[in-house]
Design a protein around this ligand. Structure first.
Ligand code: F6P
Length: 343
């Protein structure tokens, strides 16, 4: 067997652990692994590299992806799917393991429909892929975010300031909610629960009235929505091949509004991509490894068109077609539960 493997979309800590496990298990079965570089761009341009376990056995501790990545979408290019299928054959591949989030997996699902032998592995720091309790990178990103928020808490406390921390999370506020709650934030704002500026400034005013001065820590997901505003706050007008706008700026925006309405000394910080890098946590290394091993087993069984997923402590298979239909957003109940801390 000759198996191709690629990583698409944003990089995430744990990708290298999955790639390493794929190569290890494949070698055990006597299969060859071809790394496809830069996501779907690598299949379109025949940009590949041979993967041998002896060369990559230490990558488990490294963040990012040794295969590199891109947000290339073959479905947006004329003949993109056709070219991808042709190149799959040209490379002599028997199967392809695509590691990615909803965008990458939607292409994987389309290719699977077109007849290619594809298996998916869920990856995204945003944690918004449905039907799995694990996506590569979320745990590390949430832990890194928690530590960064705590660092900001130290300085906010010393100066009695209000701090608005903007954390990645496009459609779902999982990282903001987990890290904010874990770091003891005073308010967490997520895309699933649009808010008004007045609600936030009143919250700050009341808290200051009640407790004297700051510190107040507000965590906001970059994709959070302000009521009566059209869409999220963006950095510029660029849109990628999957139709995503370039998010960023809501933290800075809110900080200005808070300062204006309350007079409180307010600062903003947006760690942005800093939470996407770094050495993966134990969980990200361990489960990513298990998913990589399971993906090769699916290939061995010729069970294509599935994504390997975590359910409880088990690795299960979910049809790719069921994964790409929905985004896994934060449950209303979960957010309501957290609200007891936002008083
Ligand atoms: O991978 C998901 C994500 O980290 C989002 O949270 C964020 O909006 C986006 O990627 C940033 O993408 P880029 O790396 O293209 O700036």
């Amino acid at each position: 067997m000759r198996i191709g493997v690629l990583t698409g979309g944003g990089d995430a800590p744990g990708l290298n652990a999955a790639i390493r496990a794929i190569v290890k298990k494949s070698e055990k079965y006597g299969y060859e692994v071809i790394g496809i570089c830069r996501g779907w761009a690598g299949l379109l341009n025949l940009d590949t590299t041979n993967l041998k376990y002896k060369d990559i056995k230490d990558v488990i501790r490294r963040g990012g992806t040794i295969l590199k990545t891109s947000r290339t979408n073959p479905m947006k290019l004329e003949d993109g799917i056709k070219r991808t299928c042709e190149n799959f054959k040209k490379l002599g591949l028997d199967a392809l393991i695509a590691i990615g989030g909803d965008d990458t997996l939607s292409v994987a699902a389309a290719l699977s429909e077109a007849g290619l032998n594809v298996v998916g592995i869920p990856k995204t720091i945003d944690y918004d892929v449905p039907r799995t309790e694990f996506t590569i990178g979320f745990d590390t990103a949430a832990n890194t975010s928690m530590r960064l928020i705590e660092n900001l808490k130290d300085t906010a406390e010393s100066h009695d300031r209000v701090f608005v921390v903007e954390i990645m999370g496009r459609h779902a506020g999982w990282i903001a909610l987990y890290s904010g709650l874990a770091a003891g934030a005073d308010l967490i704002l997520i895309p699933e629960e649009p808010f008004s500026i007045k609600e936030v400034t009143e919250f700050v005013k009341k808290k200051i009235e009640r407790e004297g001065k700051g510190p107040i820590i507000i965590v906001v997901a970059e994709g959070a929505l302000i009521k009566d505003y059209k869409g999220p706050i963006t950095k510029d007008a660029t849109i990628d091949q999957f139709g995503h706008v370039h998010l960023g700026g809501i933290g800075e925006f809110l900080a200005k509004e808070i300062s204006k309405a309350t007079g409180a000394e307010t600062r903003a910080c947006a760690p942005a991509h800093a939470v996407r890098g770094g050495s993966p946590t134990v969980r990200d290394r361990f489960i990513s490894t298990r998913l990589g091993l399971a993906a090769v087993d699916l290939v061995k069984e010729r069970k294509y068109g599935y994504m390997v997923a975590l359910k409880g402590t088990e690795i299960v298979n979910v049809p790719l077609s069921e994964v790409t239909r929905k985004t896994k957003t934060v449950d209303k109940k979960l957010y309501e539960e957290a609200k007891v801390f936002f008083e």
